[in-house]
Design a protein around this ligand. Structure first.
Ligand code: BG6
Length: 509
C-alpha cells in the first residue's frame, strides 16, 4: 500500500474550552493531552483558552502546573517548550461548586477575559466531565447566566459523557432536562469508542469500496460477533460499577453503536444528520427480546478471585466499594437480531467483560461457506470460512481470512490472512481517542455523537433485558475466574448454533 501520511484537516476556529470537573482523572489523562496533541498537529485554534471548573481550591498557577504536568505524562506528542508556554498562558481555573450561581458568574468573567486577551470570538465548548446528576443542572445554570446563548455568529456547545440514563425512563428524564436548556444542535453526547480509528473506518470500509455492498447482507453473511474484552478488573471504580454492570457500562452504548456501524444502511451523505438518521433506523430495527429470549439468549457473569500473571487478584465482590453479595454482572453475552430486509435471520453475538484473558475489541463478520466444499478432505488446518475482522484495539486494523493452497505437490488448504494494519500509514503518532471528538465538536460536526433519539432507541432495546434480569437475579455468581472467557454458559449460547467465539490466534494463521 501507499505510505502517504493523510493530509491534516483545517484548524478549528477560535474558542474557549471550559472543562467542568477539571480536577478529575479524565481531564488529566485524556482531555488536556488530547488538546495538546491537537495543537501539536495544527488543529487546535490559534486563539483558544482553557478554563477548568472544579470545587477544589487551586490558583491559576497551580492549575497550570498540574495540567502541563499531565500533558507531559499522558500526551503522545513530543513536548515543544514554546507550545507548552502557549498552553500555560491560556489556562485559567474557576473554583466553585456546580450548583452555586457564583461559580457561573466567575466563569462568565473568565470567558469575557478570554475573549479580550485571547481572541476566542465568543465561542465556547463546555465539557461536562461530571456525575450524571449534574447533566440537567449545569446547562440550566449556564443558561441562566446567558452562557449558552448563540447569537451574533458565536456558538456555544456542550459535551456530555455517558451514562445517558440508567434505563429508558431515566434516559428520557435526562434528555428532557438537557433539552430544557440547550437546542439539540448544541448537545454533543460523546462516545469515545466512536473516536477510535477502526471504528471510524467501518463505514469507510463498507461504503467507500464498491465490492462489499453486494455481499453485505443475509445472503452472504452467516453471523456477526462483537467482542469488547478487558483484562483489567473494575480498577477502583466499584461504586460506579455497582450502579452499572457490563451491560449498561459498555454493551448498551459502545457496542450497540458498533453494531449500528456494521449494520446500518448507507446514508445519503456523510453529514451528521444523515448518518445519525440511519443509525436510529438500525437501532429501531433491533428486536426487543421476549422474556423467554432473555432467559435463553443472554448470559451474565461475575468474576471471582483468582490469579492474573501469577499474581492473586480480588474477586469482584471483594473490590473496594462493592457489596460483598453483589449481583452486578462483570460479563455479559447475548444473541441479538436486526429485523429488517438486510439482516433477517442473521444473529449478532455480543460479549463483553472484565478480567477476561486479554484486552481486545474486535468485530468479526463471518461469511457463509462456499456452496459446496470440494476441498474439505484435504483441509489440513480447518480454519473454516471467510471472516472479515475489524481489530479496534489494541491492534488497529482490518484482516480478511481466506482459504488458500499450501505450497506443494498435493492439494492441501489452510486459512491465510490478508492484513491491513494502521502502522502501514507510517509515522502517525498514537492518539488518546479524544482528539477527533473534541475537534469535531469545535467544528460543529455531530456525526460521531449520539442524538436524543439514538439514546432512547438504544435503551428501548436494552429495557427488556434489564427487566428480564431484574426479575431473575443470578444465583451462581461468581461464575468465572479471572483469565477465563466468561462463564461456560457464554460458550453454550453460541455453540447451540454450531458456532464458536472467534479468538484471534496469537500467531498469524
Ligand atoms: C468505558 C467504561 O466507557 O469504557 C469502562 O466505563 C471501560 O468500564 C472503558 O473500561 C473501555 O474503554 P477502552 O477505550 O479502554 O476500551
Amino acid at each position: 500500500m501507499n505510505n502517504t501520511t493523510p493530509v491534516p484537516p483545517l484548524r478549528a476556529g477560535p474558542c474557549a474550552i471550559v472543562i467542568f470537573g477539571a480536577s478529575g482523572d479524565l481531564t488529566k489523562r485524556k482531555l488536556l493531552p488530547s488538546l495538546y496533541n491537537l495543537a501539536a498537529i495544527g488543529m487546535l485554534p490559534e486563539d483558544f483558552s482553557i478554563i477548568g471548573v472544579a470545587r477544589r481550591e487551586l490558583s491559576h498557577e497551580e492549575f497550570r502546573a498540574q495540567m502541563t504536568g499531565a500533558i507531559g505524562e499522558f500526551g503522545t506528542q513530543k513536548i515543544d517548550p514554546q507550545l507548552r508556554e502557549q498552553f500555560e498562558k491560556r489556562m485559567y481555573y474557576c473554583q466553585g461548586s456546580f450548583d452555586d450561581p457564583r461559580t457561573y458568574r466567575r466563569l462568565k468573567e473568565l470567558l469575557d477575559l478570554s475573549e479580550k486577551e485571547h481572541g476566542t470570538g465568543g465561542n465556547a465548548l463546555f465539557y461536562l466531565s461530571v456525575q450524571p446528576t449534574y447533566f440537567g443542572e449545569i446547562p440550566s445554570r449556564l443558561k441562566a447566566q446567558g452562557l449558552v446563548e448563540e447569537s451574533k455568529g458565536r456558538w456555544r456547545r456542550v459535551i456530555i459523557e455517558k451514562p445517558f440514563g440508567h434505563d429508558l425512563e431515566s434516559a428520557r428524564q435526562v434528555n428532557l432536562a438537557i433539552s430544557a436548556a440547550l437546542a439539540e444542535s448544541q448537545i454533543f453526547r460523546i462516545d469515545h469508542y466512536l473516536g477510535k480509528e477502526t471504528a471510524q473506518n467501518i463505514l469507510i470500509f463498507r461504503m467507500g469500496n464498491g465490492m462489499f455492498e453486494p455481499i453485505w447482507n443475509r445472503r452472504y453473511i452467516d453471523h456477526v460477533q462483537i467482542t469488547v474484552a478487558e483484562s483489567i478488573g473494575v480498577e477502583g471504580r466499584g461504586a460506579f460499577y455497582e450502579t452499572a454492570g457490563a451491560f449498561r457500562d459498555v454493551m448498551q452504548n459502545h457496542m450497540f453503536m458498533l453494531l449500528a456501524l456494521v449494520a446500518m444502511e448507507p446514508p445519503n451523505s456523510f453529514s451528521g444528520e444523515a448518518v445519525r438518521n440511519e443509525k436510529v433506523k438500525l437501532l429501531e430495527a433491533m428486536r426487543l427480546l421476549s422474556p423467554e429470549a432473555v432467559a435463553r439468549d443472554t448470559v451474565r457473569g461475575q468474576y471471582g478471585p483468582g490469579q492474573v500473571d501469577g499474581k492473586a487478584v480480588a474477586g469482584y465482590r471483594q473490590e473496594v466499594n462493592v457489596n460483598p453479595n453483589s449481583t452486578v454482572e462483570t460479563f455479559a453475552a447475548m444473541k441479538l437480531w436486526v429485523d429488517n430486509w438486510r439482516w433477517a435471520g442473521v444473529p449478532f453475538y455480543l460479549r463483553s467483560g472484565k478480567r477476561l484473558p486479554r484486552r481486545s475489541t474486535e468485530i468479526v463478520v463471518r461469511f457463509k461457506n462456499a456452496p459446496l466444499d470440494i476441498f474439505g478432505e484435504n483441509e489440513s488446518d480447518p480454519v473454516g470460512p471467510n471472516r472479515l475482522i475489524f481489530h479496534i484495539q489494541p491492534e488497529e486494523g482490518i484482516s480478511f481470512q481466506v482459504r488458500a493452497k499450501i505450497p506443494g505437490p498435493t492439494i492441501r488448504t489452510r486459512g491465510v490472512k490478508m492484513d491491513f494494519d494502521y502502522c502501514q500509514f507510517g509515522d502517525v503518532a498514537p492518539t488518546t481517542g479524544y482528539e477527533k471528538l473534541l475537534y469535531d465538536c469545535m467544528v460543529g460536526d455531530s456525526t460521531l455523537f449520539h442524538r436524543t433519539d439514538m439514546v432512547e432507541a438504544a435503551w428501548k432495546v436494552a429495557q427488556p433485558i434489564i427487566d428480564g434480569w431484574a426479575a431473575h437475579p443470578p444465583v451462581d455468581f461468581p461464575n468465572y475466574a479471572p483469565g477465563e472467557w466468561g462463564p461456560p454458559a457464554a460458550q453454550v449460547l453460541i455453540s447451540r448454533d454450531e458456532h464458536t467465539w472467534w479468538v484471534e490466534p496469537k500467531t498469524h494463521l
